[in-house]
Design a protein around this ligand. Structure first.
Ligand code: F6P
Length: 323
């Protein structure tokens, strides 16, 4: 089937670099004389027909912008058979020969549903959680990590002056990749992630005691949102040891900001590859990367893959934090 017109959408939690990716999709489509429509507010836009025509100009000066110019949503209606049928008729009505869906695994499940209804889809991983198992890297992770690192470096200054303990909560509802990466980068005293079982005495209190024994007078505890709340952890520390920790929840600040070079370039390559896949007739795919090379897998296969925090990261952290 020849591809003449495609749609692109962003769905789920936004991630810095989504705009760079939309831009790459549009520019690659234009390069191949394929028309491109932006579908707004994720799958909701496919249900209601909320679309805009995009061209080179409409994506100008977006490569450096955080957020998503297409808006995003988590569509409840699209989870229903009825919602999906409406979305498929919008695709037919608009004559869309393919859809490129940018987001996390929820977005991919949506794309898989469309594919089962006969729509050509290609997915691109974008989530600051970096928890999509078929790819080592998701758009937005690098920017979010650097934002968190910058914030924690600032916190460290004041924690050091006051000889305090800081408990910082970073995003990651079900995944600790962001927390682990950030924890390693800031030289945290302890990092708590949902993937690892937590022995509070061993994993937090002992580490603080050891740091103190080694002459440290301030302590940085990094916790992934999914491993517990920073407030609860601070309260438990206060109960166990003579410290009065300060709590910082970095929250959505991690999802904003101008994307890093790494995110922009990966987003651009992935957007380009997604269009090329559609044009080659290879649909129902997820674009993946280990950053050295790029590949693609079938959506079902990608969604069924599993991975967890790498042993290496856990081992390095253990060596860095001393027990
Ligand atoms: O996009 C992923 C994520 O940022 C998670 O880390 C976080 O738990 C969740 O989204 C927050 O979602 P919301 O935008 O609904 O607050």
């Amino acid at each position: 089937m020849s591809i003449k017109r495609i749609g692109v959408l962003t769905s789920g939690g936004d991630a810095p670099g989504m705009n760079a990716c939309v831009r790459a999709v549009v520019r690659t489509a234009m390069y191949h004389n394929v028309e491109c429509y932006g579908i707004r507010r994720g799958y909701n836009g496919l249900i209601t027909g909320d679309v805009i025509k995009l061209d080179e100009k409409s994506v100008a000066h977006t490569i450096n912008r955080g957020g998503t110019i297409l808006y995003t949503a988590r569509s409840k209606e699209f989870m229903t058979e009825e919602g999906q049928r409406k979305a498929v008729s919008t695709c037919k009505f608009l004559g869309l020969d393919g859809i490129i869906a940018i987001g996390g695994d929820g977005t991919f499940r949506g794309a898989r549903a469309l594919s089962k209804h006969g729509v050509n889809v290609v997915c691109i991983p974008a989530t600051i959680d970096n928890d999509i198992c078929c790819t080592n890297y998701s758009i937005g992770f690098d920017t979010a990590a650097n934002t968190a690192i910058e914030c924690i470096d600032k916190l460290r200054d004041t924690m050091q002056s006051h000889e305090r303990c800081s408990v910082v909560e970073v995003m990651g509802r079900n995944a600790g990749y962001l927390a682990m990466y950030v924890g390693l980068a800031v030289g945290a005293t302890a990092v708590l992630v949902p993937e690892e079982s937590i022995d509070f005495e061993r994993d937090v209190i002992e580490k603080i005691r050891r740091a103190r024994f080694n002459g440290f007078t301030h302590y940085m505890i990094v916790v992934a949102e999914g491993a517990g709340s920073a407030a609860d952890i601070a309260a438990k520390i206060k109960e166990a040891i003579d410290l009065d920790p300060r709590v910082t929840v970095l929250g959505h600040i991690q999802r904003g900001g101008s994307p890093t070079g790494r995110d922009r370039v990966n987003a651009t390559k992935m957007g380009y590859l997604a269009v090329e896949l559609l044009l080659e007739g290879r649909t129902n795919r997820i674009v993946c990367t280990n950053e050295g090379s790029f590949t693609d897998v079938e959506i079902d296969t990608g969604l069924s893959m599993e991975r967890s925090i790498q042993n290496m990261e856990v081992n390095v952290l253990t060596a860095m934090t001393g027990n």
